[in-house]
Write a protein of this length. Sequence first.
Length: 74
Amino acid sequence: MIKSKLKKGLEHSSKYPEDVFRGNHASVWGSWWNEELGWGYKCCHIVDRQNHYCLGDRGKKIALLKEVIYFITV
């Protein structure tokens, strides 16, 4: 086993825990980007970070509808 040597204080260089899959998501929040909707989950395209359950393909359809509504209202 290879142990990496980190300088003291750099053990946690991130503000948030990395690679934490919450709410049945298969990806982390911030793994997907859309110009109109912003950052979201790659697995379901949900942009609400507080959404605690992955919607899968249904979420992708919802994101597409939100994008269409955005273009209609602009």
